[in-house]
Design a protein around this ligand. Structure first.
Ligand SMILES: *[C@@H]1O[C@H](CO)[C@@H](O)[C@H](O)[C@H]1NC(C)=O
Length: 498
């Protein structure tokens, strides 16, 4: 062979090799290449963990009352509203002696919530029969046998907003919940009210308070409407035996200084029993017709959760436009349960490599079973066993250089990082339908479980016998603005937009 023929062969081989190499990433990634590693600032996490037990609550309590008259907004005209969102620990002085007991209490609450979420899902799949509701009704006073909706104890809520109710508006802390629809707060006169941070709402001091008739569409929106003397009643019972019940009424709800909306149907809780924390009530953000976004006909809403251990706050917004650089996926409807926000997810990656998980693991089947939802109230992402095992195994394989230690609470993959200030961890990415990927920052992958340096992979299994529901939790959403584009059935994630 002539020297220049060798030369040609040599170069075409190299060219061929390059073509093959460059084809491979295309086969895996239909969009931007995923990052393979992320840096975890161990020292900063531990500093925050140590500080959370010693917040100066006087300086972080947002006690601003509205002074100026609020702008009136028309329902459905897409007015922009914004209120602050605070993590639980910035409102309630922690009673925990150390960070580990705080974390274990959070994980306990989280398990209770996931348990009630999956029960609610199973009930919806089975179809609620009146006979199913009986044991719950027996908990309620006889003369207040009300529409019963299962919900989540406020005790499990981690993020709160301050909204105004009535005219003139009085401010109340309300727990945010995308897993339920009804808005309710404690009302005077109380048969029983638990202790709350703000004075209890008194309808007699509000000029916009109106009762809601039994025949109203809002009352008929309940699966089984309950009425007394032509007026609508409501009741929400929680898996732990606690409940709230009272009149379903019409009130004006205001959003800080950004505006107010008239004629919102909400529950005025006259009998509120159980393990509630000091919030006045609950703000249902679900997909059902009685939720706040549905009632104000919001085209979208979004929130950004600061870290659970942060003393900062961010915002809950309605009718805002998601940043153009956000990662989006589809919001899917489940005909069996309108409350939950199901999303399109194709798979997961660890360290930039797609995991071998059948796509069906994240898909809702024809009967409405399965699928994956995004939830504001669940902390730790729950994955079905096939997905969880694949994720955990890949993560363990890529972290052999990190000192592993025993499991804690729901976590089986933990590391002793006490002698590190920063570590490189493999990224975990959600591969959404439509081709976009969201790579989680390291602090949304490893969770500190004590203040000594133990960190765990912050993913877990759902409870046994659950109806194959996977859940994206708020620990994985921290620091990211999550926009529910209701008008276009899209969900958008915008990292670092708190
Ligand atoms: C973590 O490692 C440090 C030394 O690097 C050690 O002193 C400590 O006991 C370990 N903690 C646990 C829980 O194993």
């Amino acid at each position: 062979m002539a020297p220049n023929a060798y030369f040609c062969f040599f170069f075409s081989t190299i060219f061929f090799a390059f073509s093959v190499i460059s084809l491979f990433p295309l086969a895996f990634s239909r969009d931007l290449p995923e990052t393979t590693h992320a840096s975890l600032d161990v020292s900063a996490s531990l500093e925050q963990a140590r500080a959370v037990l010693n917040f100066d609550h006087e300086t972080v309590k947002p006690l601003v009352q509205q002074k100026e008259p609020l702008q009136q907004a028309q329902v459905g005209n897409s007015s922009f509203f914004s209120v602050q969102v605070y993590p639980r620990e910035s409102l309630y002085k922690s009673s925990h002696e150390d960070y580990k007991s705080l974390v274990l209490a959070r994980l306990e609450r989280d398990s209770v919530r996931v348990e009630s979420l999956t029960t609610k899902f199973q009930l919806a799949l089975d179809g609620v029969k009146k006979s199913d509701l009986k044991p719950v009704e027996e908990l309620l006073p006889e003369d207040l046998s009300t529409p019963v909706v299962s919900g989540f104890s406020l005790g499990s809520a981690e993020y709160f907003s301050r909204l105004g109710v009535g005219t003139p508006a009085k401010p109340f802390y309300m727990a945010l919940d995308t897993g339920s629809d009804i808005i309710w707060l404690q009302c005077k006169p109380c048969a029983h009210c638990y202790q709350q941070y703000d004075p209890i709402f008194d309808p007699t001091s509000s000029s916009s308070y109106k009762s809601l008739s039994c025949a109203s569409p809002q009352c008929q929106a309940f699966q089984i409407p309950r009425c007394r003397a032509g007026k609508c009643l409501y009741g929400v019972s929680y898996g732990d035996g606690s409940y709230t019940t009272g009149d379903m009424v019409i009130e004006t709800v205001s959003f800080g200084s950004s505006g107010e909306v008239n004629n919102i149907a909400l529950g005025c809780g006259r009998d509120n029993e159980g393990l509630f924390v000091g919030a006045a009530g609950l703000l249902g953000l679900g997909g059902g017709s009685l939720s706040l976004p549905s009632q104000i006909k919001a085209s979208s809403f979004s929130y950004c959760f600061v870290d659970l251990d942060s003393s900062k706050s961010s915002t809950l917004e309605f009718n805002s436009v998601p940043p153009s650089d956000s990662v989006t996926t589809t919001l899917l409807k489940n005909e069996k349960i309108h409350t939950f926000y199901f999303i399109g997810l194709d798979g997961l990656s660890v360290g930039g490599m797609p995991l071998p998980i059948p796509a069906s693991v994240f898909q809702m089947d024809a009967s409405g079973k399965g699928g994956i939802i995004i939830d504001s109230g669940t902390a730790i992402t729950r994955l079905q066993i096939q997905a969880y095992n694949a994720l955990r195994d890949a993560f363990v394989r890529l972290t052999r250089d990190l000192p592993s230690t025993g499991g804690v609470g729901l976590f089986d993959t933990c590391y002793n990082l006490s002698s590190h200030t920063t570590v490189q961890v493999p990224t975990v990415s959600f591969r959404f339908s439509g081709g976009k990927s969201l790579s989680l920052p390291a602090k949304n992958i490893l969770i500190p479980v004590d203040s000594a340096g133990t960190f765990c992979l912050a993913f877990a299994l759902p409870p046994p016998k659950s109806p194959s529901l996977s859940i994206i939790g708020n620990f994985q959403q921290q620091g990211t603005r999550v926009s529910y584009d209701l008008a276009n059935s899209r969900l958008a994630f915008s990292p670092n937009k708190c």
